[in-house]
Write a protein that binds this ligand. Structure first.
Ligand code: HEM
Length: 414
């Protein structure tokens, strides 16, 4: 049965409130059933929302939808001139927000740092970091998985990849969280904008000195590869290089944290599936893919229409913002049978959790490896792991879905 939207609801058809943040899937379903495309004034002053798998995939793959979209953030803060000028000059040059020809040129440079042999080389180090983090809570009756593992691990991994030897972990996490608070918010406040810009500039200063160091004494890491590419003229120094460094530092934090947190929550709240994994660890890679589909850490991304076009009978104008709702697409019944069922044996291939097309996540292989190591070690170390609190507390950013805390008990059966 189709859901009916009132005229007021049509302006804000999703209504990002506490109930939505706790569980957005019924709202996505209602929206999908009400029609394939909706205009919402709730996001960035106005955007088209798409919920169907086929449409989300189309928008992510079709060059008529441009990745250059940071201008909307700045425009929304025009009442405070210059408030986001540094942000726009720098972050707009990150890979995520570029189209061809800059996008493929820079992506090729970064690709070298994510090759399978590089990932393989990182594996024992990540194993070791995970062991160390779990050792710290081994003797506790209970612990918060987010604080103990899901939050600190991604920053440890990205700094390994980037070749940062003495990471300022707390700063890196705080800077990334400020960026995520701004980017993940449909209507960011002036304070969120200010903090995001301050943190981005702090990141940029940090990387200026790291890049100088790597130019003098390069190693076998991603930042060294970037300065070598700069020397060959494949990437420009200054803002272009700094933007990629800042993006890399930021990209894997919130996302990986949420995969680990919501993922473990999904597994432990479906004990038969946790049990199944204990018996058949070979199911783990498929289970991680299902976790990503079932509760996607990135719930939506954005694109800007680059030429007037008609989609599902709606006239989209050049410059309009489109939000492909990844979280909704990954629950589309046209694409997945019983989409609201969590099933680690589902064989559906990849979902849209890492995006699709030219901007598909570069960290996907790294993330899958990280998640397999974490869940693998948990299954081995504490097969009787259980949730301490049945009511999860979800974060407040609609773009990045994940848990604030995940209290666990491992003692009883550990
Ligand atoms: C659970 C973890 C992660 C999820 C769900 C995720 C999700 C995504 C999505 C949906 C996109 C595409 C955005 C768009 O098309 O607008 C993306 C792009 C990207 N991700 Fe991830 N990501 C994760 C982890 C990581 C990690 C760990 C890294 C880095 C080490 C990373 C680096 C990137 C980069 C560089 C891009 C931009 C690619 C491009 O524009 O060509 N991601 N990610």
């Amino acid at each position: 049965m189709s859901a009916v939207l009132t005229p007021a609801a049509l302006k804000r058809p999703l209504l990002v409130d506490a109930a939505f943040l706790a569980n957005p899937y019924p709202a996505y379903q209602a929206l999908r059933e009400a029609g394939p495309i909706h205009w919402s004034e709730e996001f960035f002053g106005g955007a088209w929302l798409l919920t169907r798998h086929a449409d989300v995939e189309l928008v992510l793959r079709d060059p008529r939808f441009s990745a250059q979209r940071t201008g909307a953030w700045v425009k929304n803060h025009e009442d405070a001139p210059g408030a986001l000028s540094g942000f726009q000059q720098l972050f707009a040059r990150a890979l995520l927000f570029l189209d061809a020809p800059d996008h493929p040129r820079i992506r090729k440079v970064l690709n070298a740092g994510f090759r399978p042999d590089v990932m393989q080389g990182l594996t024992p180090h990540i194993e070791q970091v995970v062991t160390e983090l779990l050792d710290r809570v081994q003797n506790l009756e209970s612990f918060d998985f987010i604080e103990a593992v899901a939050r600190p691990l991604p920053v440890r991994v990205i700094t390994l990849l980037m070749g940062i030897e003495h990471p300022q972990q707390e700063d890196f996490m705080a800077w990334s969280e400020d960026l995520a608070s701004f980017i993940g918010e449909p209507q960011p406040s002036r304070e969120q904008a200010r903090r995001a810009q301050t943190s981005l500039l702090a990141m940029s200063r940090y990387f200026e000195s790291l890049l100088a160091l790597k130019r003098k004494t390069p190693g076998d890491d991603l930042v060294s590869r970037l300065v070598q590419a700069e020397a060959r003229g494949e990437i420009q120094g200054g803002a272009e290089l700094l933007a990629q460094c800042a993006m890399l530092l930021f990209a894997g934090h919130e996302t990986t944290r949420h995969l680990l947190g919501s993922g473990l929550h999904s597994l432990l709240s479906h004990p038969s599936q946790w049990q199944r994994l204990r018996e058949e660890p070979a199911l783990l890679p498929g289970a991680v893919r299902e976790l990503l589909r079932f509760d996607s850490p990135v719930q939506y991304t954005g694109r800007r229409v680059s030429t007037d076009l008609v989609l599902h009978g709606q006239q989209l104008r050049r410059g309009d913002l489109v939000l492909p709702l990844i979280g909704a697409a990954n629950r589309d019944p046209e694409r997945y049978t019983q989409p609201d069922e969590f099933d680690i044996t589902r064989s559906h291939g990849n979902s849209l959790a890492f995006g699709s097309g030219p901007h598909t996540c570069m960290g996907a292989a790294l993330t899958l490896m990280e998640a397999k190591i974490v869940f693998g070690q948990l299954l081995q170390r504490w097969p009787g792991l259980s949730l301490l609190n049945a009511t999860p507390i979800w974060g407040n950013k609609p773009a990045y879905r994940g848990l604030m805390t995940l209290p666990l008990r491992h003692k009883a059966n550990g």
